[in-house]
Design a protein around this ligand. Structure first.
Ligand SMILES: [Zn+2]
Length: 100
């Protein structure tokens, strides 16, 4: 029983040490990144790309395709949204007219 408890304690201590090491190393890396040039990230793969690249995608062909597909579906969605709102308002107006 006690040996098992010891094992668990040891494991916990080891995990804590690892977490601490990871945290400190991450902190130093963050400091380095803070000095990096301003940049944006590819919206598809999050690769760092130049700040003035528009649309915000890298040179990867797959990313370009994915981005255009997303853009298309986004446009379609906003059209549907506007259509839905228009229909809703239209029905509301019709109901108001009918009520009065
Ligand atoms: Zn990309």
């Amino acid at each position: 029983m006690s040996s098992r408890k010891e094992t668990i304690l040891k494991a916990a201590k080891r995990t804590a040490k690892q977490a601490h090491a990871a945290a400190s190393s991450r902190g130093s890396r963050k400091l380095g990144r803070f000095n990096a040039e301003p940049h944006r990230h590819c919206v598809v793969c999050w690769k760092p790309i130049p700040l003035d690249s528009d649309p915000a995608i890298c040179v990867d062909e797959g990313c370009e395709k994915m981005h255009s597909r997303r853009e298309k579906s986004r446009k379609r969605f906003s059209v549907l949204l506007y259509l839905g709102v228009a229909i809703f308002i239209g029905m509301l107006v019709i109901q108001l007219m009918a009520g009065v």
